[in-house]
Every structure is written in structure tokens, then in C-alpha cells.
Design a protein around this ligand. Structure first.
Ligand SMILES: [Zn+2]
Length: 433
């Protein structure tokens, strides 16, 4: 391995975005091989597998499941999602027998690992080289040794029925009659999350509406709110009718995030079917729809996720010009390593390196994160090697770039009390205090 590859291999990553469930939940669910499928599940369904296969109470034996799985695995095993599953179980569980018997035996090994209290530490810290990960699991109660919480805010502005308002009342223990009260409740909720250690807010709206946010007045929003308050018979508003209320609340969340100097992570681009329950409307996730918000809130810190894929040229154009926007490569490598190589290569040419967040695994199980981190190091090594060979960067500059996007930038952006990567002098890594 050359110096650059070795250097990238050794970087202790800070992982910008995950959905890793608490280890005690993993233990409780006694996760097996089939619980590790995660993203490849979407490819299996696209290949023709009935989604009922994934229901946990389908009463199928491991043998039955393995048999059906293999039929579709053979149609799907070319994708990067599939490759990640293969890397994970081959590296971490010594899997080498892709037969029915092999999978049944593997599933037993995964169940055993699910009971190991050291599983997360072993896989994340030792195997994946990750010191800390930001995780979005709808709670701030995470193991702060390994994680920091990011909180989804969609439930506070995805309002189309009376029930949606009642859910927030239940969550906050406050009865809300007037729109003004609702705004106070929202503010208090954000304040509570901050006190509990939230590192960023997250807007996932591109899964269920467009990213285009207008500038409704408080009266426009209050009018919609009052309509919902009278929907006692389970009526609901269309997305269009509810939009002024939702848009107003999105502005509010951004304003409060600014008050607390919280970065705002926003989903842009490709949608995951297991989250949206179908293929979804990809044009809702266009990164260019965010421009009015990015222009208005110069003082905000926007972290745009997923390279905006497939709108990644627009994504690059935006992060190049906006001082308040960070480019985040969460999920990118496993969607397509080829596209991500292209994206990264252009990003090096276009975007100041302090604005790039280089890795987020976006997995719910640590095995997936392990494989994704391995792929990210590989892709980054390939891109930077090309840049060094063509003379655009020196090897030292390439090492520094990797340090920054995999670690240092996250320490600065999220104000972490962690050591920066050792700085590079000549070909020798030097520790800084
Ligand atoms: Zn995510």
C-alpha cells in the first residue's frame, strides 16, 4: 500500500450521519442475518421479491427465508448495496458459503453477535475506525461514548390532520389551542432537544413534499392551523392546502436552529423506498428548490445530504457559491461509487475543502456502516491518487484533504471536543495536542 492509501486507511473517522439503533434494542430484537439486509432489501424488491418477505412475524423458518433470499440475491448481487452486505458478513463473520446452509449458519452467528455487549465498540471503533457517529433514531437518548443525536423535525411541521397536532401535544405534554401556543411548544421542544445533547436538526421533507419553501405570513399559517383544529371527524387537508402552515414552521425551525447555532441537515436527492414505502417522487428532492431558503438565511448552517444525487451538478454549483452551505457525502458511496468518484473529483476542483463532510454511513446496523466506511476509504483513495498523479495535488495535500473531510471538518462544524487528525509534515504524520 502506498503512503496516501495507508494514510487514508489510518484516519479515525467522524461519521456525520447514521440511523444506528441503540445496542440494547439490537439485543432485544435478537437481530439475525435478515435484519442486516437494510438497503439491499430495496434492490431485492426492485428485482421482484415480495415485500411481505421482510415482515418480522411472517412465521418463516431460517431455511425457508434463505431459500427465497438466494433466488433474488442471485439477481441482485451485482449492486453496490449487495456488495456492502457481502463485505460486511465476509469480513465480520467469515461468511464464505452462499448456500441455504451457509446462510442459516451465518444467521446463527449474527444472533450471537447481537447479544455481545461489545458489538458496537468492536465493529465501529476497531473494525471501521470510527470514533464517533451522529445518529438519527428519533431520540436524544444515545450512548454518548459512541454517538451524538441529530433530531428529525418533520413530525413538528408535517401537519395535515388534527391527529398530527395531537401527537405533538402528547410528545410535549401541552394542550395547544391557538397557533401562537403551537409556536411556543415548538420552540420549547427544540430547546429541550438542545439541552439533551442534540447536535443538529434534520429536515427530511423531500420524502413527502417538495423542498420549495415559500414565505407565508403568520395569518396564512394560523388559518390552516385553525382548520386542522376543527377536523374532529378525521378529515385531512391536501398537501397543497397544508403548505402555508408547513412552510411557516420550516422557517421557524431554521430560525431556532440559528439561535442555538445548530447545523440543519437537509435530505436532498435520492429517496430510499423502505423509508417512503414506494419509489417516491424524485423531483420533490431537487436541491435547487432550496435556493430561496439558502439565500434568506445567510447566518444559518445548512448541511445538504447525499450529494443531491441525481442532481449532483446542481448540488456542486450551490455548495460552491454559498458560504452557509456544507456538502455532505452521507449515503453517496453505496448509491454509486462511480458517481461519487465523479462527484468528489469535481468537488475537489470546485468546493473549498473546509465545506465537505466526507462520510456518513446512513445504516441502521453497524455491519453496514463498517462496509460503507471501507468503501468510502477506497473511493477517496482512488480519487486522491488520480489528483496526485495528474499533479493537481501533492501527496501531502491529498492526505490533508482526507483528514479534513473525514474528521477535522466535523470537529469544527459540530464543535466536538475531540482531537484533530495529526497534521502532515513531509511524509510524516505529526501528533498535535
Ligand atoms: Zn439518513
Amino acid at each position: 500500500m502506498n503512503t496516501l492509501a495507508q494514510h487514508i486507511q489510518n484516519i479515525r473517522i467522524i461519521d456525520g450521519h447514521e440511523h444506528l439503533i441503540p445496542q440494547k434494542d439490537r439485543q432485544k430484537m435478537n437481530a439475525d442475518f435478515f435484519d442486516l439486509l437494510h438497503y439491499v432489501r430495496s434492490d431485492l424488491i426492485t428485482a421482484g421479491l415480495d415485500s411481505a418477505f421482510f415482515e418480522r412475524d411472517n412465521n418463516m423458518s431460517d431455511e425457508e427465508k434463505a431459500e427465497i433470499f438466494l433466488k433474488y440475491w442471485n439477481k441482485t448481487k451485482n449492486t453496490t448495496y449487495a456488495q456492502m452486505l457481502r463485505w460486511a458478513v465476509e469480513d465480520l463473520y467469515g461468511m464464505n458459503d452462499w448456500t441455504k446452509e451457509g446462510i442459516v449458519a451465518l444467521s446463527e452467528r449474527v444472533r450471537k453477535a447481537s447479544q455481545d455487549p461489545k458489538l458496537y465498540e468492536r465493529v465501529l471503533k476497531e473494525k471501521a475506525g470510527i470514533d464517533l457517529a451522529f445518529t438519527l433514531i428519533f431520540t436524544t437518548k444515545v450512548d454518548f461514548e459512541l454517538f451524538r443525536p441529530v433530531m428529525f423535525m418533520d413530525h413538528t411541521f408535517k401537519l395535515r390532520t388534527l391527529q398530527d397536532i395531537k401527537s405533538i401535544e402528547k410528545l410535549t405534554g401541552t394542550i395547544v389551542h391557538e397557533f401562537e401556543d403551537y409556536l411556543q411548544v415548538l420552540d420549547k421542544l427544540i430547546e429541550r432537544y438542545v439541552k439533551e445533547g442534540m447536535a443538529a436538526t434534520k429536515i427530511g421533507a423531500a420524502y413527502w413534499r417538495t423542498l420549495h419553501v415559500e414565505k407565508p405570513t403568520r395569518q396564512d399559517a394560523a388559518k390552516v392551523f385553525n382548520q386542522l383544529k376543527m377536523f374532529h371527524l378525521g378529515e385531512s387537508l391536501s398537501q397543497d392546502e397544508a403548505k402555508p402552515l408547513q412552510d411557516y414552521l420550516i422557517h421557524r425551525i431554521i430560525q431556532r436552529s440559528i439561535d442555538f447555532k445548530m447545523p440543519i441537515q437537509i435530505h436532498t436527492g435520492h429517496q430510499e423506498p423502505s423509508v417512503s414505502s414506494n419509489g417516491n417522487i424524485i423531483t420533490n428532492s431537487k436541491v435547487t428548490d432550496l435556493v430561496p431558503l439558502l439565500l434568506e438565511y445567510e447566518e444559518a448552517i445548512f448541511v445538504l445530504l447525499h450529494g443531491g444525487y441525481p442532481y449532483y451538478n446542481e448540488f456542486l454549483s450551490i455548495v460552491k457559491n454559498f458560504a452557509n452551505v456544507y456538502a455532505d457525502l452521507t449515503w453517496c458511496y453505496i448509491l454509486s461509487p462511480t458517481a461519487t468518484k465523479q462527484l468528489l473529483s469535481q468537488m475537489i476542483e470546485m468546493v473549498p475543502q473546509n465545506k465537505i463532510i466526507g462520510f456518513g454511513g446512513d445504516y441502521s446496523q453497524v455491519e453496514g456502516t463498517y462496509a460503507h466506511a471501507k468503501l468510502a476509504r477506497k473511493v477517496l483513495t482512488e480519487v486522491l491518487t488520480e489528483k496526485v498523479e495528474s499533479g493537481e495535488l501533492t501527496e501531502q495535500e491529498a492526505c490533508e484533504f482526507a483528514n479534513n473531510i473525514l474528521r477535522n471538518n466535523l470537529i469544527e462544524l459540530y464543535k466536538l471536543e475531540l482531537k484533530r487528525a495529526p497534521s502532515i509534515r513531509g511524509n510524516i504524520s505529526v501528533s498535535t495536542s
